[in-house]
Design a protein around this ligand. Sequence first.
Ligand code: HH2
Length: 268
Amino acid sequence: MFDLPADRPAIMGILNVTPDSFSDGGLWVGEAALARALHMRDEGADLIDVGGESTRPGSQPVELEEEARRVLPVVRELARLGVPVSIDTSKAEVARRALAEGARVVNDVTALADPDMLGVCLRAGATVCLMHMQGTPATMQANPAYEDVVAEVSEFLVQKLYETRQAGLEDVWIDPGFGFGKRLQDNIDLLNQLPRLCGLGAPVLVGVSRKGFVGKLSGAELLEDRLAGTLAAQVLAQVRGARILRVHDVAEALRASRFVASVQPRDL
Ligand code: HH2
């Protein structure tokens, strides 16, 4: 279970303990992973999202034991130090072990596709993030298509929310899944119409950090040039009601979100 700040979005710092993530693959393994997480904590992250399987377009699944080997030592140590941890996994067994080590949130980009995931989260009293994706990471950018992306994503999330609440899960976040089986215009529509998603009755998480569409729209092909576009997208998301921002650049995201929270009229 994880309580959200009332006055600004929670900043979820991304820790990819993977050799192949699109944004920072291979950078954070072993001791470096823990150091990176603690650095993000010191920069003010409210929560660290630990993932051991890349979901970049075209990526291949990772074996259970390999994923567990990557993430569990970091989860264990962060939890021991009192740092709130979210586990970014679609495998129920990885989630189960991470929750047993002290993780509080399960961030599942497949929205509980693993039949054991719901039970694992229920038994541990975890907060769960349900994300929309068309297809799988291996195929999702091959030919995504929607008639009305906002309506279709909303319908999916409402259905999943209903199912999980019926089953007894109380603390559920939803996420439109920017870049997950979405064309450029789909990402734009979802960002523009975020208030519709924020009206569905659950806190909305937005993950736009360094993503391809941010690079395209801000004229930044290189990953290292995408911070300005990322912050612009995060500010828009905050103004439009996002309650959690999943970010690589914690200090910058936190400063931008504090600024927006300071000047934003209360009723927005
Ligand atoms: N995006 C990524 C991974 N997990 N989880 C949620 N809830 N929302 C997202 O938008 C999201 C996510 C992809 O980004 P990243 O972790 O930087 O890359 P990779 O999947 O290659 O590790």
